[in-house]
Design a protein around this ligand. Structure first.
Ligand code: ATP
Length: 512
């Protein structure tokens, strides 16, 4: 765990040192849980967004995109349930004065039970070797059964209490389990209270005439209110999807994990409209399809897992998270929700407008059901950054810091380096840059010995370094150095663009 804490600290400081992420308004000491993307961060973020957009919109004939406004008519949030129900249960520790989400404290407790069960399983696997039958062990081992049953009972009780708004029982549960403040160890808790996460703002010039608005807490509602506009103008037939990426705002109670939980963040969401009764089939389809998208980036299948929800949101009849193994453990990266017809029906009721589809095959009108995929762009950024950052031991006894970003996402695709600053090498390097920059984000670097320049690009995550030497002037060849293997090869200048293009193409990665 200490090692993982260190890794997380390294990621945060690397992000700053290499121009990925800065704290917001740092010269004024920053603003809690708000961050700015710096010159390289903005490129990485853009590339992740594009990787998502291409796979969801461009590669699906029946999915289109929109870009709805952040400000929406306030009734939207009444209809969606956010005014009444977008709350987190919060609890304060009286001694440390720290504030927590009560449900997260309980979930963390359950995760510890889960880890205990996993330990038993790992021990048994070692003991029994090849003959180990995991399923049988899990079903019969008294300790594993105890941990799993406890975990299930606790989560079910919490879900029930939260559904019934029985906050006293949530507190009772925390006390019965003996959960202590992770910072101070104190068990001196306040009552559990509900806290609405929406940011309010005002529209209009004078105080009297101003209308209360909210900054959208999710991008999804911009899609729902445009459902019929898109369906009609795009002549879309069910099943079809509407995708959107954009900012969302939540006044998070606990926001301590860098860009994992921010107050202003970006979502990439897709709402897929289907026939009533077919939603669970499509829910399974999107669970699988989204996991494949993650796996295409090559960050290790063992770093992802599904977490099926016990407690369903008021709008859902099935929900799962794709969790990623962040430096602080497995946490939600993306949600896949079967949202039923809740949102469209609620908007019909509140607006008085019909939001239905005439299905020519069935010969009837209905309110479609919706399956949503919703991923946080910033969380994806953190997943990629933290997984890629390595302190690598080299054969010669040295070590190097390398950011093994998937090449398709890397902010800078290649650095062009003249071996020396004279003899016409910089001119040739610049002419190569002029050619490459039409297609790729590339940079020029002539300062320091070439070895140091390689290290700089390794730490930045640049997949290729192209070195120009005296031979280049004679035979129009250059050296290409590959970031991960550090292998170098001599290639014709005319081949460089093709080599980079193939390595960074979305198709190369997605179409595996
Ligand atoms: P959590 O349980 O972590 O608060 P959530 O279940 O409320 O997340 P959703 O409403 O399902 O999240 O939002 C979809 C996605 O948006 C999440 O999977 C996550 O990647 C991202 N997201 C949600 N809240 C934040 C936040 N405060 N900062 C960054 N990303 C967020």
């Amino acid at each position: 765990m200490a090692q993982n804490d260190d890794q997380f600290k390294r990621v945060v400081s690397h992000a700053k040192e290499y121009g990925y992420i800065f704290g917001s308004s740092e010269i004024y000491d920053g603003l809690s849980a708000v961050y700015d993307y710096a010159q390289n961060g903005v490129e990485l973020k853009k590339n992740i967004r594009e990787y998502w957009w291409k796979s969801m919109v461009q590669m699906h004939q029946n999915i289109v995109g929109i870009d709805a406004a952040i400000l929406m008519h306030p009734t939207t949030w009444k209809a969606s349930g956010h005014v009444d129900a977008f709350n987190d249960p919060l609890i304060d520790n009286k001694d440390s004065k720290k504030r927590y989400r009560a449900d997260v404290l309980i979930e963390d407790y359950c995760e510890k039970l889960n880890q205990k069960a996993q330990k038993e399983i790992t021990k048994a696997r070692k003991r029994f070797g090849d003959s180990f039958d995991e399923q049988q062990f899990v079903e019969t081992n008294p300790r594993v059964i105890k941990y799993k049953t406890q975990q299930k009972e606790i989560l079910e009780r919490m879900a029930r209490s939260l559904d019934n708004e029985d906050l006293a029982d949530v507190k009772a549960l925390i006390e019965e389990l003996g959960i202590a403040d992770p910072v101070s160890g104190s068990k001196n808790w306040t009552d559990v209270k509900q806290f609405n996460l929406m940011f309010g703002t005002k529209l209009g010039a004078s105080a009297e005439s101003a209308t209360d608005l909210y900054l959208r807490p999710e991008t999804a509602q911009g899609i729902f209110v445009n459902f019929l506009n898109v369906q009609k103008t795009g002549r879309m037939k069910i099943p079809f999807g509407i995708a959107q990426t954009g900012k969302a705002f939540r006044n998070e109670i606990v926001a301590r994990q860098f860009i994992f939980r921010m107050r202003e963040f970006e979502q990439m969401e897709m709402q897929f409209f289907v026939r009533p009764g077919e939603e669970l089939k499509w829910y399974e389809y999107w669970k699988e399809t989204r996991l494949k998208w993650h796996l295409s980036l090559g960050m290790g299948a063992e770093n992802y897992r599904f977490h099926d929800h016990e407690k369903l949101a008021h709008y859902a009849n099935a929900a799962a998270d794709i969790e990623f193994n962040f430096p602080f453990g497995f946490k939600e990266l993306e949600g896949i929700h079967s949202r039923t017809d809740f949102d469209l029906k609620a908007h019909e009721q509140h607006s008085g407008k019909k939001l239905q589809f005439f299905d020519p095959e069935l010969g009837e009108n209905y309110v479609p059901y919706v399956v949503e995929t919703s991923i946080g762009l910033d969380r994806m950024f953190l997943a990629v950054l933290s997984h890629s950052l390595e302190e690598e031991q080299l054969d010669d006894g040295n070590s190097r810091t390398v950011l093994k970003l998937p090449a398709v996402l890397a902010p800078v695709k290649a650095a062009v380096l003249p071996l020396v600053k004279k003899d016409g090498l910089p001119d040739l390097a610049k002419s190569i840059i002029e050619d490459l920059q039409w297609d790729f984000n590339v940079l020029y670097d002539e300062k320091d010995a070439v070895g140091r320049r390689y290290r700089r690009q390794d730490a930045l995550g640049t997949p290729f370094c192209i070195t120009i030497d005296h031979q280049s002037l004679e035979d129009q060849t250059v050296t290409i150095r590959h970031r991960d293997s550090m292998q170098q090869e001599r290639v014709a200048i005319s081949e460089v663009s093709k080599i980079i293009g193939q390595a960074v193409a979305v198709k190369t990665w997605l179409d595996k």
